[in-house]
Design a protein around this ligand. Structure first.
Ligand code: GBH
Length: 483
C-alpha cells in the first residue's frame, strides 16, 4: 500500500467506538424490560454456537459507568450505542405503556457521556424487536402495524433524549434483519423455509416483505423527526447499512457484472430506495413480483430519507456469476483468487478476511453513487481463535492491529487522495461481546472481556486506535500508519 506522508482528516471528524444494546447490556429482566426476540431465540438449543445467551453479556447495564470511564480513558469524543426498544416500551406497541425506568436509564447514560465530553451517537434499532410485537402480529412481516409502532417508539426517544442527542441512526443493517432473520433463519426470529431449522417461514418471500417494512419504518421515523423535532432539536438522522466491497473474481465480463449484481442485492436493495427513490432493476429482474412493491405515496416518504450514508463494512468478496443464492443476487462469493492465494488474513468468522483496498474502493463507490457524506458506523475484525488462547496472548492482537492500520490508511487515502467526504469512523467494537449466533466464541472487541469476572483489558488494537486518534486530533498523521 502507498505510504501516506502527511494526511489530514477534516475538522470535527467524528471518531469513536460502537456497541449494541443486546450484545452488551444483559440484565434482561431488570427495571421493567420486556423481552426482545433475541432473548428466547438465543436460549433455544442450537441457535448459538456455544449455547450461550444474552442474559449477562458484558453486564453493561450494571457496569455503565465503568464503560463510560473506559471510553474516557481511550480519549474518544463520540460513542455509538443502541437503545433497547423493550426497555422503553416493554410490549413495544403504540398503545402500550412507556417504562419510565428505561427512559431514566438511557437519560442518565447520556448525561454521563456528556459530562465526560463524549457525544452520544444513538441507534434506535439494532435487531432487538420486542417479542410482544412478534407474537401479536408477526413483527416485521406486518407492514401496517410495525411502521406505526416503530415510528411511535422513535418519537418517544426523540422526545426523551433529543434535547441532548443530535445524531440518530434509525436501523442497523436492515439486510441482516431480513435475510438472516427471515431467509437463512440464523438470526431471531429464525424464520426459514428449511423445516429442519424452523417450523415457520418462507425464505422466498418473507425477506423481501420484511425489507419493505424496514424501509418504510425507517422513512416514517425520519419524517416524524424532520417535521416534529428537527426544527427545534437540530440533529441529524439516517440509516446505517451493512455492505462489503464486491470485486470481480477475474476480468471476464460475466464476473464484472456479477460484482455489480452482488452490490445491488447487498446494498442497493436499501440504499437505492432511500437515496435514489427506486429498487435496483436487477432485483426486480431476479425476484419479479416477490420484490414487495412500494406505492407512489410511499416512495415520496422513502426517497431522500437519510441525511448521510451510514456504512458498516468489514471485508471484500471476490464475485463470480452463478450459484443459486438469491440473497447474494445469484452471485458466488470466494476469498480464493484465481491463482489459489487468499485475498487477505482470515478472521475467526468464515465471512471475514482483511482487505483494506476494498474499504477504500467501497467508500469511492458509495460516494459516487449516493453523493452524501459518509459515516463509517462499523468496521472491525475478529482474530482467529482469540477466544481459545490465554488472555495475555489475546491482548497482543496483531491481526486486528494490522486490520485497523490498513483501514485507517485507506480512510485517509479516500479522503485526501480521492476526495471522498467521510465524516465519521467507528471501530467495532468497544468490547468483546455477545456475537449473535456465534455466542461468545467470536471476539470483535478492542477491549478483552473476561466473562468470568467481567474485567476489561485493553488489547493492542485499542492502544493503536488511541494513538491514531491522538494524531487525528492534531490533524496530521505521519509515520504511525506508515509503520
Ligand atoms: C455487524 O454486522 C453487526 O452490526 C454487529 O452487531 C456485529 O457484532 C458485527 O457486525 C460483527 O459480526 O454468510 O450470509 O451469514 C456485520 C455484517 C453481514 C457480517 C452478514 C456477516 C454474513 C452473511 N454482517 N455477514 S452470511
Amino acid at each position: 500500500m502507498a505510504t501516506p506522508t502527511t494526511s489530514k482528516l477534516p475538522k470535527d471528524f467524528i471518531w469513536g467506538f460502537a456497541t449494541a444494546a443486546f450484545q452488551i447490556e444483559g440484565s434482561w429482566d431488570v427495571d421493567g424490560r420486556g423481552k426482545s426476540i433475541w432473548d428466547d431465540f438465543a436460549k433455544t438449543p442450537g441457535k448459538t454456537q456455544d449455547g450461550k445467551n444474552g442474559d449477562v453479556a458484558t453486564d453493561s447495564y450494571r457496569l455503565w459507568k465503568e464503560d463510560i470511564a473506559l471510553l474516557a480513558s481511550y480519549g474518544v469524543k463520540t460513542y455509538r450505542f443502541s437503545i433497547s426498544w423493550s426497555r422503553i416500551i416493554p410490549l413495544g406497541g403504540r398503545d402500550d405503556p412507556v417504562n419510565q425506568k428505561g427512559i431514566e436509564y438511557y437519560s442518565n447514560f447520556i448525561d454521563e457521556l456528556i459530562r465526560n465530553g463524549i457525544t452520544p451517537f444513538v441507534t434506535l434499532y439494532h435487531w432487538d424487536l420486542p417479542q410482544a410485537l412478534h407474537d401479536r402480529y408477526g413483527g416485521w412481516l406486518n407492514k401496517e402495524e410495525i411502521v406505526q409502532d416503530y415510528t411511535h417508539y422513535a418519537r418517544v426517544c426523540f422526545e426523551a433524549f433529543g434535547d441532548r442527542v443530535k445524531h440518530w441512526l434509525t436501523l442497523n443493517e436492515p439486510w441482516c434483519v431480513a435475510i438472516l432473520g427471515y431467509g437463512r433463519g440464523v438470526f431471531a426470529p429464525g424464520h426459514s423455509s428449511d423445516r429442519t431449522r424452523s417450523a415457520e417461514g418462507d425464505s422466498s418471500t418473507e425477506p423481501w416483505i420484511v425489507g419493505r417494512s424496514l424501509i418504510l419504518a425507517h422513512a416514517h421515523a425520519v419524517k416524524a423527526y424532520r417535521e416534529e423535532f428537527k426544527p427545534k432539536q437540530k440533529g441529524q438522522i439516517g440509516i446505517t447499512l451493512n455492505g462489503d466491497w464486491a470485486m470481480p473474481y477475474d476480468d471476464n465480463q460475466e464476473n464484472v457484472d456479477a460484482a455489480q449484481h452482488a452490490l445491488d442485492f447487498a446494498i442497493g436493495w436499501f440504499a437505492d430506495p432511500v437515496y435514489l427513490g427506486f429498487y435496483p432493476p436487477y432485483m426486480r429482474e431476479v425476484l419479479g413480483d416477490r420484490l414487495a412493491d412500494i406505492t407512489e405515496e410511499e416512495w415520496k416518504v422513502v426517497k431522500g430519507s437519510s441525511d448521510f450514508y451510514g456504512m458498516n463494512t468489514y471485508t471484500t468478496n471476490l464475485c463470480r456469476a452463478g450459484g443459486d443464492d438469491e440473497f447474494q443476487g445469484l452471485v458466488d462469493y470466494t476469498f480464493t483468487r484465481p491463482d489459489g492465494t487468499q485475498l487477505g488474513t482470515q478472521a475467526h468468522c468464515a465471512w471475514l478476511q482483511d482487505y483494506p483496498e476494498g474499504f477504500r474502493a467501497l467508500l469511492n463507490y458509495l460516494y459516487k453513487r449516493y453523493k452524501l457524506p459518509i459515516y463509517v458506523t462499523e468496521n472491525g475484525f475478529a482474530v482467529k481463535d482469540e477466544n481459545f488462547i490465554p488472555r495475555d496472548q489475546a491482548l497482543a492482537d496483531t491481526d486486528r492491529v494490522n486490520y485497523f492500520r490498513g483501514t485507517t490508511a485507506s480512510l485517509l487515502a479516500a479522503i485526501n487522495e480521492d476526495g471522498v467526504d467521510v465524516r465519521a469512523y467507528f471501530p467495532w467494537s468497544l468490547l468483546d461481546n455477545f456475537e449473535w449466533a456465534d455466542g461468545y466464541v467470536t471476539r470483535f472487541g478492542v477491549t478483552y472481556v473476561d466473562y468470568e469476572t467481567q474485567e476489561r483489558h485493553p488489547k493492542e488494537s485499542a492502544k493503536f486506535l488511541v494513538k491514531v486518534r491522538l494524531w487525528v486530533d492534531k490533524r496530521i498523521l505521519v509515520e504511525l500508519i506508515a509503520s
